[in-house]
Design a protein around this ligand. Sequence first.
Ligand code: HEM
Length: 436
Amino acid sequence: MNSPPNTIPTLSAMQSVQVIKELLARRSFLGGLKAMGDHLGHVFQIDMPMFKPIVLSGPDAARQILVSDREEFLWRNEIDPVTQLLRHGLLVEDGEKHDLLRGYLQPALQRSRTQNYLPLMVANIDQVTSSWGKDSVQDMLVEMRRLALLILMSTLFRVDVSADLDRLWVPILRILKYISPGLWLLKPGLFRSGYQDAIREMDEYLFEVIRHRRENPIEGDDMLSDLVRREDMTDDLIRDQLLTMLIAGHDTSTALMVWLFLMLGDHPQAMERTRNEVDQVLGRELPTVDNLSELHYLDQVIKETLRLYPPIHAGNRLVSRDMNIQGCPIPEGSRTIFSIYLTHRDERSWPKAEEFIPERFDRRDSKTHDPFSYLPFGGGPRNCIGAIFAQIETKAILARILQSYDLKLLSSRVIEHMGATLEPGPRVMVHVSRRK
Ligand code: HEM
């Protein structure tokens, strides 16, 4: 019998060579990470000169991090760019501060309210696609980002950002770069120049939005109105929540939509089946909560895309006391990465894990999955607050576009790009032609 390990596994020299090969073959750090997981299992340490995080994956580790020991795995790490950017936003608070904010923000993202956003979502979709004309080539990374920003701002904040989008585009992209993995991981706390103007520009915009709403309150139950009505929410605190929602809520949806276009473009049968379903269920009617809920195959396509390419592919945590995970000692202060990507590609949970098989999510299939083997929206009390919103939004966008357009994927050499989210890169060009 093997005795439990009492040190955290790392790669041998021979294994390192194989991992580097895989990394180069897939032109993706995640390809290398997958090879590491295959060699080392659910708990291991990356052992690079200045970068030694502990990587955890699989349902058991997920339960421990997200539920049973969640108080010990902190989200807030003062020297991380995400904390420096979002300051006291929901995403980077722990304990009571987090729970209080979550209570303030949650109502605007509950199913009952999210359903009311649907007409606005559809109007935004039509606004963006109207510029495509009858026949054109579009970079979906640009188009979906534009759309996700319009939707998020118009629904949650009741702000029409159309006229300001060109001005905000560069600051938003700079901010995403600021929080993307980079050299700062090797030297945490490093001062990084070139981002302060972008953050200042975004702040000025958000403070103006808050000031305007305070002076011109509106009837209604959007998130911004909820926040300005609360006496304990200062402008600074509201700014932190708006920026958190803006970043966490639009970059993820953008990535998911673009992966969906890629998956459907690469799998013509799935594309045809999805389109037929949209034709049968929606015909020429506008998307509604009821007809979207009948798009069962589309739902499977979305779930399978989220399995293969979870936009949030990992959760970063700082360990607040000495811990033990599956026999491995994890010292206080360790930086851990819980890999959703590895968990979703584990053959033990997902046979033929590297293949795109939407049918594995067919609800009529009797096989059930351990809920902690599938975590595109995280899990436990700190799961994604926008999960319902994102699912309604994604279905509406895809259904509405397929109602009106035939799509042909033109980009063939796409890689997994680890930006603020996991997105395809460098471009995803799609030929769109209006359906007769
Ligand atoms: C496809 C779309 C989305 C995906 C895949 C996604 C994924 C996730 C995941 C995996 C987490 C947990 C991360 C962890 O445990 O480390 C999370 C948290 C979060 N998400 Fe999302 N998300 C999406 C859309 C949204 C939207 C639309 C919003 C806002 C409107 C949003 C706001 C947040 C926030 C604020 C948190 C932190 C929640 C907390 O700490 O209490 N997300 N998301």
